[in-house]
Design a binder for this molecule. Structure first.
Ligand code: FUC
Length: 792
């Protein structure tokens, strides 16, 4: 049905080496390791990352206690609640002074919070590299997760001998998840032409680099916290000679050469020490085993592993990839309906999925603000995990675009926050439950710093566990719900049952103090706080009902849900209020539109409702500007409102003004959440399943400029469905749905308004009914159903 998901259509390509890390270099990664490839001819650079290499945390010279208050403040919280009850609002500076952490009142970062680090750079110096390479190409094939460089050497007068003239050189790099290495191969179409010196540029003092037996070993400990790191690179060559020495490995006159690299630290994600085994034995074993495999086998295992994820979903917007470099394609992008624009959009969608696979695989930390790629020891916002939108957004595409496995590190990360988060709940709030605030690190930072407009967000716990519950909704995996999602949800809900405050004005339960990111005053019951807590209590109750038992707790949840303010007020100018009082300024264009949580990623606001109309008014007033992630969120908002044209407009804004030539999202600077949020937004335009009615909406927000012809496969819907659709002139012509768990499917599509046929995979007709424009289709687990429009 769909056009071929070709490598050409899913490749980023350039005709020059990269010189700028942020704008031009191309990323590969296996979750734990990241490498950014420059593709230089005479000097190749691979800037490297190992995701657990963080300063800060336990053992930090700056001191560390998870952001908890250094001494108890028994009355501080009650006092803030009292002032807000009395005055209706409070200055952020005043609240930060009382509830913030003075230990963190530093201007250059948060002491002990740490920074995600650059590991260093692998450098390959190539002697006699052509000064003017011929036919230079650099690419990143998303279908195979291979970064490639190729160029010709056509020096005249050097003859055609085995070591002279006219050769074509090719390099290839990948980051293998199964083998846990970054691998590279240098080859030429003439024998004996591969010569280079491989060395390492450290990102800090104190790294010891040795070379012996073709193996480079890099070892050291971070000065701040003593975290031990080690990297090893094994160089292998066919033909020619090799010499080691002085921290470098030189290969001369080989036919081809390969390197495999691994790195690790003694970090572990467990409270309270966050330390595990020395990385030496593990890194040695990984590199030994990868080096013992033939390169082709290593590569084939990597490609198979990647394809098993990447190939699950495909999108064809009817575009054809023109034969131009990606930076030029981006430069000429207008957001119109040209074939090239649609090809770029489909590439960008694939890239978001690629980046998630590359930066988030089981066995390491989740994707941070830059995924896994960072070339600085003091990156923007510490390269951390912001929990007031950013890390959540990173994982929005995981379920809908059929990459659930990539969310495992995030799920585990949330679970690992419970222990430190419990201490923070106890020491700051005096209650049970667990909590985290507006940003965290790899060492369970669950307390606070004191930046007035962004330090306080205890309801982040509810926002995080929402995605655990979503995993259940997408898979109907009761075991996951019982053992992983529900315990974390329940403990977050417990925190809120103990911490909701009765608003003396109307006796509703509110979050107090509450702060709408990242503007305005502290109040009681800002909409986002109320919406998140309502979502949490609702989801937890639903989960408890699925699992059975916990009767008393369920009664408590119901009582709280009856009393909680849902945060869904419509204000004086028809807007969805951002605060409980109507403070909203129609001229406010702040990048956060947090009060629309209930529209997305929440599910309190249904399409077509009064709430949706109010959300539209708010969103229109906020405007189409914003930073990268802000635009990405707006794609999702407009898609949920069913306005495909406006969603597509936001996608165009994102590509035109928040996307770098290597297609990385820029806040600015580079911040990966926008890539992920936009990818999820595209999926949201094509398929939605969040409605409490259980309806799966097919092509809910297809923009006019994609309407002509297109198709997708492998998007996922809640209810454990995998959906493929083909459309023409804006109307679905075929819908295919695979049922994972045998739940009855409820599909909304104009297709079922006309004559249509529903077949099982063996061609037999499938029983179904149509009610209010919705196809109700009982399904068998594992069966595929095909719904096709028939000529009238
Ligand atoms: C949130 C946003 C900022 C930035 C930061 C990493 O605080 O408000 O724009 O994205 O996270």
């Amino acid at each position: 049905m769909s056009r071929t998901h070709t490598a050409a259509g899913q490749t980023l390509r350039y005709d020059r080496p990269a010189t700028d890390w942020e704008r031009e270099a191309l990323p590969v990664g296996n979750g734990a390791l990241g490498a950014v490839v420059f593709g230089g001819v005479a000097r190749e650079r691979l800037q490297l990352n190992e995701k657990s290499l963080w300063t800060g945390g336990p053992g930090s010279k700056e001191g560390y206690d998870h952001g908890n208050w250094p001494a108890p403040r028994p009355d501080a919280l009650a006092e803030v609640r009292r002032i807000i009850d009395e005055n209706g609002a409070m200055d952020p500076e005043d609240v930060a002074g009382r509830l913030g952490n003075p230990a963190y009142a530093s201007t250059d970062g948060i002491p002990g919070f740490g920074n995600y680090q650059n590991f260093g750079e692998l450098v390959l110096d190539v002697p006699d590299a052509p000064a003017s390479p011929v036919g230079y190409r650099r690419g990143l094939d998303l279908t195979q997760a291979l970064a490639t460089v190729s160029y010709g050497d056509a020096r005249e007068g050097e003859g055609e001998g085995p070591t002279g003239g006219e050769a074509r050189f090719s390099r290839e790099y990948f980051a293998s998840h199964p083998a846990q290495v970054v691998a590279g191969r240098l080859a030429a179409d003439r024998p004996g032409r591969i010569s280079f010196t491989l060395g390492f540029t450290a990102a800090r003092d104190g790294a010891l680099v040795t070379a012996e037996g073709g193996r480079l070993v890099i070892r050291g400990a971070l000065a701040d916290n003593g975290l031990v790191y080690e990297g090893q690179v094994q160089v292998l060559h066919d033909g020619g000679t090799r010499t080691d020495g002085d921290g470098r490995i030189t290969v001369t006159g080989a036919d081809s050469a390969t390197f495999v690299l691994s790195a690790g630290t003694d970090y572990a994600d467990s409270y309270p020490d966050y330390r595990g085994a020395d990385p030496h034995a593990r890194v040695t074993a990984i590199v030994d085993s990868a080096a013992a495999q033939p390169y082709e086998a290593l590569r084939a295992a990597h490609v198979a592993d990647h394809r098993a994820l990447f190939d699950r979903a495909r999108l064809d917007l009817g575009g054809r990839m023109p034969d131009v470099p990606t930076d030029r394609l981006l430069g000429s992008y207008t957001g119109g309906d040209s074939s090239a624009d649609r090809a770029l959009e489909a590439l960008y969608f694939g890239y978001g999925r690629y980046l998630l696979i590359a930066s988030s695989r089981p066995g390491s930390l989740p994707a941070n603000l830059q995924g896994v790629w960072n070339n600085s020891n003091t990156p923007p916002w510490c390269g951390d995990y912001h929990t007031n939108i950013n890390i959540q957004m990173n994982y929005w595409p995981a379920e809908p675009t059929n990459l659930a496995e990539t969310a495992e590190p995030y799920q585990r990360f949330i679970e690992q926050l419970r222990q430190p988060g419990r201490r923070t709940a106890e020491s700051m709030f005096g209650t049970s439950g667990w909590v985290v605030h507006q940003n965290t690190n790899s060492f369970g930072f669950t307390g606070v710093h004191d930046w007035p407009t962004s330090f306080w967000m205890p309801e982040a716990n509810g926002w995080l566990v929402q995605q655990l519950y979503e995993h259940y909704l997408f898979h109907h995996d009761e075991d996951f719900l019982r053992t992983r999602a529900y315990p974390a949800m329940k403990e977050a809900a417990r925190f809120w049952l103990a911490n909701l405050h009765t608003d003396p004005r109307d006796a509703t339960l509110v979050v107090s103090p509450s702060y709408s990111p990242e503007q305005g005053a502290f109040t009681a019951g800002a909409s986002i706080s109320q919406q998140i807590v309502s979502d949490l209590l609702t989801n937890t109750l639903e989960a408890a009902e699925v699992l059975g038992g916990d009767d008393e707790f369920r009664t408590e949840l119901k009582a709280a849900l009856d009393a909680v303010d849902p945060g869904l007020r419509i204000g004086s100018w028809g807007q969805l209020q951002e605060w409980k009082d109507d403070f909203d300024d129609p001229a406010d264009t702040h990048r956060h539109a947090s009060h629309l949580f209930a529209l997305h990623p929440g599910r309190q606001i249904e399409r077509g409702s009064a709430g949706a109309q109010a959300a539209r008014v708010s969103l229109t007033a906020r405007g189409d500007g914003g930073t990268g992630w802000s635009k990405a969120w707006k794609i999702n908002f407009w898609a949920r409102l069913g306005d495909g044209d406006h969603a597509a407009k936001m996608l165009a804004e994102q590509l035109r003004s928040s996307t770098l030539p290597n297609l990385w999202d820029t806040h600015p600077p580079f911040q990966i959440d926008g890539n992920f949020g936009a990818t999820a937004g595209i999926a949201e335009m094509l398929l939605q399943s969040h409605s409490r009615s259980g309806v799966v909406d097919v092509l809910p927000a297809l923009p006019g400029r994609w309407a002509g012809e297109g198709s997708y496969d492998g998007l996922r819907a809640r209810g454990d469905f995998t959906v493929g659709v083909a459309w023409r002139q804006g109307a679905a012509t075929e819908i295919r749905i695979v049922s994972g768990s045998g739940v009855t499917a409820r599909l909304r599509s104009p297709l079922v308004a006309g004559p249509f046929r529903v077949e099982r995979s063996d061609g037999r007709p499938a029983d179904h009914t149509v009610r209010d424009g919705v196809l109700v289709l009982p399904t068998d687990a594992g069966e595929e159903y095909r719904i096709t429009a028939q000529a009238a």
